[in-house]
Write a protein that binds this ligand. Structure first.
Ligand code: NAD
Length: 254
């Protein structure tokens, strides 16, 4: 489904990352991949994973640094001359802002969470635009239900995800006339490095299992299959969409 396509995936931290499941699914579908890492500690985990997948393009990129973003897409242009798929699976908030009262979120904590988790999508999309437009490419980001409703403990990240979802729609509007699609997957809770930092995450998993129509949690592989749909020609009529891959949790009222 992705034979001949070039895809860059931001957000692999280890083999539990949703981005890693997506990278594997894309590789199986025939895509040529580039992976990025935020710092040296993550690089040590990402390099062996990239090697296992036969990926040779592994680039440093802290998405909160414009110079890193520029350098990343300069490297992509040099190597590939264009780009078909960009996956943004990046988020960060201070641990103290992911528990207790949202009311106590500091100005700096808010700035940091919104910058890394939401503004970064805009920065990446802008840098990728010249590479994506000639190939009518696609951009995909990852969000969570906490953007729509209150999820105790998710706090500032819920606000960041709300900004991310709105940004996704505005980007879809701006890039649509060039044929570039922008979508989001709202994934149910999955055990990863990031989710371990959310206060009460275990309770979230149990709650989803009990209340979701499918009476279970979702896997990163299921999210990856939806990513394949949205990023391939199967999803070519879809843009500006938040696709819930959450065992149906979001439809339930009482
Ligand atoms: P993860 O920890 O594996 O991935 C998060 C990634 O963000 C890591 O690779 C980390 O290095 C990267 N990152 C953080 N700050 C960065 C920066 N400044 N520059 C570049 N990269 C940076 O966790 P995950 O759960 O796979 O998260 C991937 C995405 O999925 C996130 O957007 C997350 O909010 C979203 N999501 C996760 C869940 C879940 O339950 N795990 C549910 C819905 C959505």
């Amino acid at each position: 489904m992705l034979a001949g396509k070039k895809a860059i995936v931001f957000g692999v931290a280890n083999d539990h990352s949703i981005a890693w499941a997506i990278a594997q699914a894309f590789a199986r579908a025939g895509a040529t991949l580039a992976l990025t890492y935020v710092n040296e500690a993550i690089e040590r985990r990402v390099r062996p994973l990239a090697e296992a997948l036969g990926v040779s393009t592994v680039l440093p990129c802290d998405v909160s640094r414009d110079e890193d973003v520029r350098a990343t897409f300069d490297a992509v242009r040099e190597q590939w001359g264009g780009l078909d798929i960009l996956v943004h699976a990046v988020a960060f908030a201070q641990r103290e802002d992911l528990k207790g009262r949202f009311l106590d979120t500091s100005r700096e904590g808010f700035r940091l969470a919104l910058d890394v988790s939401a503004y970064s999508l805009i920065a990446l999309a802008r840098a990728a635009e010249p590479l994506l437009v000639p190939r009518r490419g696609s951009i995909l980001t990852l969000t969570y239900f906490g953007a729509e409703k209150v999820v105790a403990g998710y706090n500032v990240m819920g606000v960041a995800k709300a900004a991310l979802e709105a940004s996704m729609r505005y980007l879809a509007w701006d890039l649509g006339p060039s044929g570039v699609r922008v979508n989001a997957i709202s994934a149910g809770p999955i055990r990863t490095l990031s989710s371990a930092g959310i206060g009460g995450f275990k309770t979230m998993l149990h709650h989803h299992e009990e209340r979701a129509p499918l009476r279970r949690n979702v896997s990163a592989e299921e999210v990856a299959r939806a990513a394949l749909y949205l990023s391939s020609e199967l999803g070519e009529g879809v843009t500006g969409e938040v696709l819930h891959v959450d065992a149906g949790y979001n439809i339930v009222g009482l």
